[in-house]
Design a protein around this ligand. Structure first.
Ligand code: SF4
Ligand code: SF4
Length: 417
């Protein structure tokens, strides 16, 4: 696509990147076919091709309006379009650049601005978010239905393994996960322990930065990345094997650190090393398949009525990390039969803070997703990202678990001789 960027963009690094991305797009529209918002709303401007065109216009100097901002706000950043695009257009990077410019030119006001400020302030701070979650959990049964759906019952991380191993991986505690679903990292710690790997957490690390990145607070997101790198660096330097992410959303964002910090002379090289050392938990467990197989063989058989499982692959896993089939194979090996799920490439509507900021579209996607997941009559739904787990669990009585919790529960049924 031919571009003529306006002076305010042309000589910036973001402008050069945007131009390169725009030039790859041939405007074919294949991406619209797999875009959840285009499918639901049927408006060209609520699909990737239309949004690319809107961003191009803004970067070329056309003044954006609130309507421009709304079409960009409605994007889930799910990256389904990137999986479909035959030209390799890095759409979400262009979206981030476009959103930042539009945000500056069309400032928000009223409740929209307030809501976003509150999310940016509260969510990435694990201690503040944790205190708020604890309060919510204490009065959970008194909360109105919509709020109650967002607050999972109080739970624990389960027993922590006592063994020490030479092989160590640094896990990210994250922001919302420890207070909402502490058992996810608890389960990861136990599974890795059985595989001879010790999972540790670095003091000082926190939110991966995805929350602020998606709320158009790019500088805040970079601060999150730098703070995490500072916390991880001494451990990486002292021989820790690498990093393991238990939320695919965090894995997907941490793998962007090298790109996001490429112009930062103090962090560019460190960020590249962090990216090189980072793996999603599904990759880590799959790499240990030889050690896992005998453990699974020693498990008690799954009761017949518990065998059917529906897996929801988060967008961050299948479109962001391009990991497909890996978790499914692990669940199969653990004795589960996976049900067929229609439109498995489509987002569940969680998408970071999307369910709070675009509740109507999010609810439609959630209803469609749960109907597709329930269709095969599963006893259990599994996913790979805390946001998806929380979003779906708030709207169904079927248990929704992170797949590592499912594997941990299976391994705890080992028949010890
Ligand atoms: S982003 Fe890709 S699929 Fe979509 S219009 Fe452009 S080239 Fe076609
Ligand atoms: S990121 Fe998702 S919602 Fe946004 S344009 Fe692409 S497919 Fe559509």
């Amino acid at each position: 696509m031919e571009t003529h960027l306006a002076d305010f963009m042309r000589h910036t690094s973001a402008g050069r990147e945007a131009e390169e991305i725009l030039r790859r797009c041939v405007h074919c529209g294949f991406c619209n076919a797999t875009c959840p918002t285009y499918q639901l709303l049927g408006d060209e401007l609520d699909g990737p091709r239309g949004r690319i065109y809107l961003i191009k216009q803004v970067l070329e100097g056309v003044t954006p309006t609130e309507k421009t901002r709304l079409h960009l706000d409605r994007c889930l950043s799910c990256r389904s379009c990137e999986s479909t695009c035959p030209s390799g257009v890095h759409y979400t990077r262009l979206l981030d650049i476009g959103r930042e410019v539009v945000e500056q030119k069309v400032p928000r006001s009223g409740s929209d601005a307030l809501k976003r400020r509150a999310l940016k302030t509260l969510l990435p701070r694990a201690a503040v978010f944790g205190a708020a979650m604890k309060t919510g959990q204490a009065v959970r049964l008194l909360l109105p239905g919509v709020l109650r759906a967002m607050v999972p019952p109080l739970s624990s991380a389960g027993p922590a393994p006592k063994s020490r191993h030479a092989r160590r991986l640094i896990a990210l505690a994250g922001c919302a996960q420890p207070s909402m679903y502490p058992n996810i990292n608890g389960a990861a710690r136990r599974v890795l322990d059985r595989l001879g790997i010790q999972m540790i957490e670095a003091a000082g690390a926190g939110c991966c930065g995805a929350v602020r990145q998606h709320l158009n607070a790019a500088e805040g997101a970079l601060d999150d990345a730098r703070r995490n790198i500072d916390a991880w660096w001494p451990l990486l330097e002292s021989g820790t094997e690498g990093l393991v992410m238990t939320a695919s959303g965090c894995a997907s964002h941490v793998l962007e650190y090298a790109h996001l910090l490429q112009d930062d002379p103090d962090y560019a090289l460190k960020a590249a090393r962090v990216v090189f050392a980072t793996r999603d938990i599904s990759e880590v467990v799959t790499a240990e398949a030889a050690g896992l197989a005998p453990l699974l063989q020693a498990c008690r058989p799954l009761p017949e009525q518990q065998r059917l499982l529906a897996f929801h692959s988060p967008c961050s896993l299948q479109h962001g990390l391009k990991i497909r089939g890996t978790v499914e194979s692990l669940l199969n090996a653990a004795g589960y039969t996976l049900t067929a799920v229609a439109d498995s490439h489509i987002c569940c509507g969680s998408a970071g803070t999307y369910s709070v900021l675009q509740p109507a579209i999010s609810k439609l996607l959630l209803d469609n997703k749960l109907a597709a997941l329930r269709a095969g009559g599963p006893a259990l739904i599994a996913s790979a990202n805390v946001g998806c787990v929380a979003h779906m669990q708030g709207a169904t009585d079927l248990p929704v678990k992170h797949w590592i919790e499912v594997l941990d529960a299976r391994l705890s049924s080992l028949i010890l001789t």
